[in-house]
Design a protein around this ligand. Structure first.
Ligand SMILES: [Zn+2]
Ligand SMILES: [Zn+2]
Ligand SMILES: [Zn+2]
Length: 241
């Protein structure tokens, strides 16, 4: 082998990057999946349910309310004792964003079937607030949400509670849900967890006419006028300025 040939062979070897699956560590297949975290995994995981939080394959051995990968399951809020532990800093941050409920609301963990029983259209909902007039009767969050999704769901539902307590009345769904998504988005902005960025993107890029368009309208109005003035306008007119 001459030097040139040797060099070419050496370069072929040296430049060969071996991509491996970030789930099983085996060599990457020619077609592969990309999770919302940007991680890639191989075609061997076809058919495995994706983790609801990050999009990586979920761990089927876990007994949880929602499909989760092991990494997201590690922060899952599984019972009321866990709520007691993780809620105070979330509630404090929400108050710092000037959203104060007149009476403290209790966050109750529920199974998804309970949300479905209250509202058949809430099949994919992760939380629900029930109010009558200005009285909040119940604030429910699905059991087993990873911390980032738990916090953003609590923020969303606390905004529903705030709107009820402050007498906003019945708002068109894009207005109500848009305001709630705006608070969830604001809470996520301060979270160091990389999954918070994934959640923020999910909110901002949601193509739906209620949550997605509602959020974008709320964000645009709050950037133009400030949150206070926007909320005053919504309270008086039932619509975004
Ligand atoms: Zn794999
Ligand atoms: Zn995950
Ligand atoms: Zn909502």
């Amino acid at each position: 082998m001459g030097f040139a040939e040797w060099l070419a062979a050496y370069r072929r070897l040296a430049s060969r990057v071996v991509h491996v699956c970030s789930v099983c560590g085996r060599p990457m297949t020619s077609s592969f999946y990309r999770a919302s975290t940007g991680e890639t995994y191989c075609a061997r995981h076809a058919g495995e349910r994706p983790c609801l939080c990050c999009g990586m394959p979920s761990d089927s051995r876990l007994v949880m309310e929602i499909p989760l990968c092991g990494r997201c399951a590690a922060t899952a809020v599984r019972d009321q004792a866990a709520v007691k532990r993780v809620l105070p800093p979330i509630a404090k941050r929400i108050r710092a964003l000037s959203i104060r409920t007149t009476t403290p609301v209790r966050v109750r963990l529920v199974v998804r079937d309970e949300l479905r029983s209250h509202h058949p259209e809430g099949a994919n909902a992760l939380g629900m607030t029930i109010s009558t007039g200005t009285r909040v009767l119940d604030l429910m969050v699905v059991r087993d949400l990873p911390l980032v999704q738990f916090g953003s769901t609590v923020a969303h539902e606390v905004m529903h509670a705030y709107l009820a307590q402050q007498g906003f009345g019945v708002l068109p769904p894009p207005v109500a849900e848009g305001l709630c998504q705006l608070l969830a988005y604001a809470w996520l902005r301060d979270q160091p967890d990389p999954l918070a960025a994934v959640e923020r993107r999910r909110i901002a890029e949601d193509p739906g006419p209620v949550y997605g368009d509602g959020f974008r309208a709320a964000r645009a109005a709050s950037q133009r006028l400030g949150v206070r003035a926007m909320l005053d306008h919504v309270r008086r007119n039932g619509a975004f300025p």
